[in-house]
Design a binder for this molecule. Structure first.
Ligand code: ZN
Length: 588
């Protein structure tokens, strides 16, 4: 048997075989069973969703020797003639090439003759919106007084171009775009019957690329088989469909979230070497971030995500390493980039620099965490007796002002300024999404990781020894950080710790804070309420309040400037470059 393209070979021949248009099939079948037939039908919908196929099935249902029937036999001579496209009484007319008044006049002439062999004379006019105004007028006259044995089936992708006078005389059926999983399942059945080996992921990709059109999907499917043979490899298909970029997107995204600018650049170089288009890449990346946001909003699945189960899993794992705020920011910045990439004569450079910038952004904290942290800090400062700001006391920083000015831009990663810092401290997400670690089973570790704020988590990890007994969570505080101690002693903190611990261990539990300052600690004893007392003569960076601030926000002092009446301490986030340069210094 000669080769037939998939779309023809596997064209549905019954209403039951129609893909993704169950609502149309059911209505037409019911009408056929009840004998409530119209003279004119209008099938609307995008290309390749089954309009013409349904028109032929309807023609068979009307003309089948055993009909009219909701289930044409596909065996009688009349059914087979329609399948082969050589029925005398079923005429398919392409509206695009027969759009003039003459063609329609000719049609009206022939309509007057009774059907040659069948029950009905059926005119299927495809792309009916292409008819000229005169042709529509001529057609309208026929529709106003239709001969009894004539049925019109119009199909169009643009129903708004069909005159209302015609529309009002038709029974209209709107064909839907077919959902990606439905198309993938349809391709899967065909692959199975053809004895082809092709993975669900690839089927899903082909289906998604077809954007709701079964015919487009089948055409792509044919291309894939022609290229790969019966053993279809995922990477070959990705290459063929220009989807190699899509394979790389999760890796690129992981590198951005991990703030690894160098890795971002490497991934991009590979993609551009493979000939990928910067604009398309930017669009795919934007779509990916959008999907990460959607998955966060709807973790249990939503039709708004057009990806395979495996891809959704990767989206979720990657998304776990970014706050919603971070994703919103990335999306906004990349949207702006997309416009620039589109207009630029050097789109590759624009995208490269934009992504490096994204990979250098400080990781963003949810606003409420920052606000809570600022309030804590300001409360501490509020306990400090107000010192007159005067030239006689030039070393007193107006810290609350500085914090208010800079607070929202402070990076508050858990990086102590004076400690030997390694970038690993910020726990970047791994570059390979397949290796994203799962949450640890150790309940103590889980309690630390589930801390209500990052600051609390850091305090628990750095300044406390946690021990879990049958009835209590003992938190032994051994640091000398006054603010950390006070935070731990707050009733609210203890309540949240208790709730968290109970959720994690699954039983009622008490929380006990045991204060055990280090014997050789250099910090001030906790009984000293005023962190500034006795420190007036210390160099500014060594004052307790500055140290606490640096520790809480993970900053470092880059510059001390004179203000009009006092000095200003500028606290800046420790950026990725700083960490790298410090590392370099350590190596020297
Ligand atoms: Zn038949």
């Amino acid at each position: 048997m000669a080769y037939q393209v998939t779309a023809r070979k596997w064209r549905p021949q019954t209403f039951a075989e129609l893909v993704g248009q169950e609502h149309v099939a059911r209505t037409l079948q019911n009408a056929l069973r009840q004998g409530r037939l119209a003279h004119a039908y209008l099938f609307t919908g995008t290309r390749g969703v089954g309009k013409t196929t349904t028109a032929r099935i309807l023609a068979k249902a009307l003309n089948c020797e055993r009909g009219p029937t909701a289930d044409p036999c596909n065996e009688c001579a009349l059914c087979q003639a329609i399948t082969l496209g050589n029925s005398f009484d079923v005429l398919e007319i392409d509206g695009a090439s027969n759009r003039g008044i003459d063609e329609i006049r000719d049609l009206r002439e022939k309509i007057r003759y009774a059907p040659a062999r069948s029950r009905y004379k059926i005119y299927i006019i495809d792309e009916v919106h292409m008819l000229t105004e005169h042709a529509f007028n001529a057609l309208l006259k026929t529709l106003e007084e239709p001969p009894p044995q004539v049925v019109f089936i119009f199909a169009t992708t643009e129903p708004h171009k069909v005159p209302i006078t015609i529309l009002s005389r038709c029974q209209r059926f709107d064909f839907r775009k077919v959902a990606t999983p439905t198309i993938a399942a349809c391709l899967g059945r065909i692959a199975q019957q053809e004895g082809l080996h092709i993975s669900p992921t690839t089927l899903h990709r082909i289906a998604r690329r077809a954007e709701g059109s079964v015919r487009d999907a089948q055409t792509l499917f044919d291309q894939v088989i022609a290229f790969c043979g019966s053993q279809v490899q995922d990477d070959e298909v990705a290459l063929l469909l220009g989807l190699a970029g899509e394979e790389q997107i999760p890796h690129l995204m992981a590198a951005i979230l991990a703030r690894e600018a160098r890795a971002v650049l490497d991934h991009l170089s590979i993609l551009f070497q493979q000939g990928h288009d910067a604009r398309e890449l930017c669009r795919q990346l934007l779509a990916y971030i959008r999907d990460m946001i959607v998955v966060k909003v709807a973790p249990h699945g939503t039709p708004a995500i057009d990806r395979s189960a495996a891809e959704v899993e990767v989206l979720q794992k990657l998304g776990a390493h970014a706050s919603p705020e971070e994703l919103y920011t990335l999306f906004d910045l990349l949207s702006t980039t997309e416009a620039k990439v589109r207009d630029s004569a050097q789109p590759i450079w624009v995208l490269e620099v934009a992504l490096i910038k994204l990979a250098s952004l400080p990781s963003l904290q949810p606003l409420e965490t920052l606000v809570a942290r600022l309030e804590t800090l300001e409360r501490k400062l509020g306990q400090t007796p107000v010192q007159p700001t005067s030239t006689s006391n030039p070393e007193r920083p107006v810290l609350s002002e500085i914090v208010r000015e800079r607070g929202t831009t402070l990076e508050s990663g858990p990086v102590p300024a004076d400690a030997g810092v390694s970038p690993a401290r910020t726990a970047p997400p791994p570059a390979d999404p397949a290796q994203v670690p799962s949450s640890p089973a150790d309940p103590v570790q889980r309690i630390i990781e589930s801390a209500s704020t990052r600051a609390l988590g850091w305090i628990l990890e750095q300044h406390c020894a946690l021990q879990l007994t049958e009835s209590a969570l003992e938190i032994r505080f051994h640091g000398n950080n006054r603010m950390a101690r006070e935070l731990l002693q707050e009733a609210e903190t203890q309540r949240s710790l208790q709730q968290m611990a109970q959720t994690i261990v699954g039983r009622a539990i008490a929380v006990r804070i045991i204060d055990a300052p280090e014997a050789n600690g250099q910090g001030k004893p906790s009984t000293v309420d005023n962190p500034l007392a006795g420190e007036n003569r210390l160099p500014l960076p060594q004052t307790q309040v500055v140290r606490d601030t640096l520790e809480l926000f993970g900053g470092r002092i880059v510059e001390i400037r004179e203000r009009s009446v006092s000095r200003e301490t500028t606290v800046q986030p420790l950026s990725a470059e700083d960490m790298v340069s410090e590392e370099d210094n350590d190596d020297e």
